[in-house]
Design a binder for this molecule. Structure first.
Ligand SMILES: Cc1cc2nc3c(=O)[nH]c(=O)nc-3n(C[C@H](O)[C@H](O)[C@H](O)COP(=O)(O)OP(=O)(O)OC[C@H]3O[C@@H](n4cnc5c(N)ncnc54)[C@H](O)[C@@H]3O)c2cc1C
Length: 453
């Protein structure tokens, strides 16, 4: 019996898909990367399915690619030849939601925004909100340590992860962490698994922290600038003034034009950048006015402040449209550098200069309050790989970010796409230790091989 037939017989009927067309759709993420030809896809509905799959993988030495919704932007869920894709998307139960403990226990396939909505019914919120929160899963968010719009105030996914249930490469089940707000017994294995991109184990449940949802609607502003650098300087001024925004997003003109062409937002010819900010503090309206003033001091041509939830949602919706608007322009290489917040204006200037020097189209959006920039390189839809000038420009941007004390990836992960630059950021000792950790959890190298480290 072939290895894949053995898997089909060891799992309940219907769990394994071997139709090549269906497999192909599960082998891709949102990058341009072309996947290989996996042997099959497991549609797990329980931890037992995952345990059975990993035991089978160990016995037959078959690599496994865990997968949530496939919205990743680094190739982490891109599956290679001879692998099996292990989809957690059907494990969607919110097993517990405790207002008294301000926690939830969830399965990995829960859609991020669904957990937030469930928490809101109890006056709570699940804070991490990647722009993809209506389509990404909690398991994928944990595996990539996803950021989001609110993380400028509430932190990234790791800051909300208390404990995990993980199936290891050999099928053993590891429970990490706890359901308490504090706890320091032993090494922090929860922190280690968060952001490990499916290379150390398969997350089958998570205990996550919920927070009190703000009682009042947030005060939101949108500021228009005649220069991108001025907008970045306003961000630095807002952070330095201690305004503690709950959201601070920056869009450059190229991004705004792409959105305007698609959704007609009435973009002014002179607008080179838009800054969207929010305060959900009790005195949010006052804080928003201070942020408005700081924008004007730094060259804003126009600032609109709103406290109406509907108007605020419209402004945020403009930001959430950015990625889809760019996809309409061509194929996209989405980058994710992060720099110390004070370096934001210099990094923006460096990106603009790089685009001109290499003659490439770059549209930039930024989780500006975190110093996290997404320069998106647009290239011809028909091209399989980005052309050489795109890679050269990306290389230059990575080196700039690192020279400013930044990092290659703020939130998307290394996946396959950033491996070739890893050595620039991680020295030999870091690399050796990381491979040592991988060998402890996955000595046969079966979990998402070739990714992350
Ligand atoms: C429009 C758009 C906007 C985005 N905005 C943001 C943003 O603001 N912030 C941000 O951080 N990201 C953003 N992303 C990227 C992406 O949505 C995140 O990386 C997200 O966390 C991936 O979740 P997923 O369920 O799609 O995971 P997948 O893409 O399926 O997988 C991502 C990685 O996690 C691993 N994995 C998935 N599930 C598990 C599991 N249960 N156990 C172990 N490993 C697992 C996979 O092997 C892979 O390495 C955006 C993407 C899009 C398309």
């Amino acid at each position: 019996m072939s290895a894949i037939d053995a898997l089909v017989t060891s799992l309940p009927e219907g769990r394994v898909v071997t139709d090549p067309d269906v497999i192909d759709s599960y082998a891709r993420d949102r990058t341009f990367l072309e996947p290989g030809k996996p042997l099959g896809v497991v549609l797990a509905t329980s931890r037992d399915d995952v345990v059975t799959t990993m035991r089978w993988a160990t016995e037959h030495r078959v690599p496994v690619v865990p997968r949530g919704a496939g919205t990743g932007l680094a190739g982490g869920a891109t599956a290679g030849d001879g692998t099996v894709v292990l989809s957690l998307a059907k494990m969607t139960a919110i097993r517990e939601l405790s207002p008294a403990d301000e926690i939830a226990v969830v399965e990995p396939g829960v859609i991020t925004a669904d957990l937030d909505r469930a928490a809101r019914a109890h006056g709570l919120m699940y804070a991490p909100d990647p722009s993809s929160y209506e389509i990404s899963t909690i398991g994928g968010n944990l595996a990539t340590n996803a950021g989001g719009l609110r993380c400028v105030k509430y932190g990234v996914t790791r800051d909300s992860a208390l404990g995990l249930e993980v199936v290891l490469a050999d099928g053993r089940v590891l429970d990490t962490g706890r359901r308490t707000m504090k706890g320091v017994t032993g090494y922090d294995l929860t922190g280690l698994f968060v952001g490990s991109e499916g290379t150390l184990g398969v997350i089958t449940a998570a205990t996550v922290r919920l927070r009190r949802a703000p009682l009042q609607a947030p005060a939101t502003f949108a500021a228009e600038f005649g220069s991108l650098r001025d907008a970045a300087a306003a961000v630095s001024a807002i952070i330095a003034a201690g305004c503690q925004p709950s959201l601070m997003e920056l869009l450059d003109r190229a991004t705004l034009v792409a959105i305007d062409d698609w959704r007609h937002i009435g973009l002014e010819a002179s607008t080179q950048a838009m800054l969207i900010g929010q305060s959900d503090a009790a005195d949010g309206q006052e804080v928003a006015s201070r942020m408005e003033q700081l924008c004007m001091d730094n060259g804003a041509s126009f600032v609109a402040v709103s406290s109406s939830p509907a108007e605020a949602e419209e402004l945020i919706a403009v930001r959430r449209m950015a990625y889809q608007a760019k996809e309409r322009l061509g194929a996209c290489l989405v980058e994710d550098v992060c720099v110390p917040r004070s370096a934001l204006p210099d990094m923006i200037t460096a990106i603009e200069a790089t685009a001109v020097r290499h003659g490439v189209q770059i549209c930039t959006v930024a989780h500006a309050g975190d110093g996290n920039l997404h320069p998106v390189f647009i290239f011809d839809h028909g091209t399989v790989e980005p052309p050489a000038e795109v890679w050269a420009a990306a290389d230059e941007i990575f080196r700039h970010a690192l020279s400013m004390g930044g990092t290659l990836t703020g939130e998307h992960g290394v996946g396959l796409l950033k491996r070739r630059w890893l050595a620039l950021e991680s020295g030999p000792v870091v690399t050796e230790v990381q491979h040592g950790i991988k060998a402890v959890f996955d000595p046969l190298g079966l979990l998402n091989p070739g990714k992350a480290i």
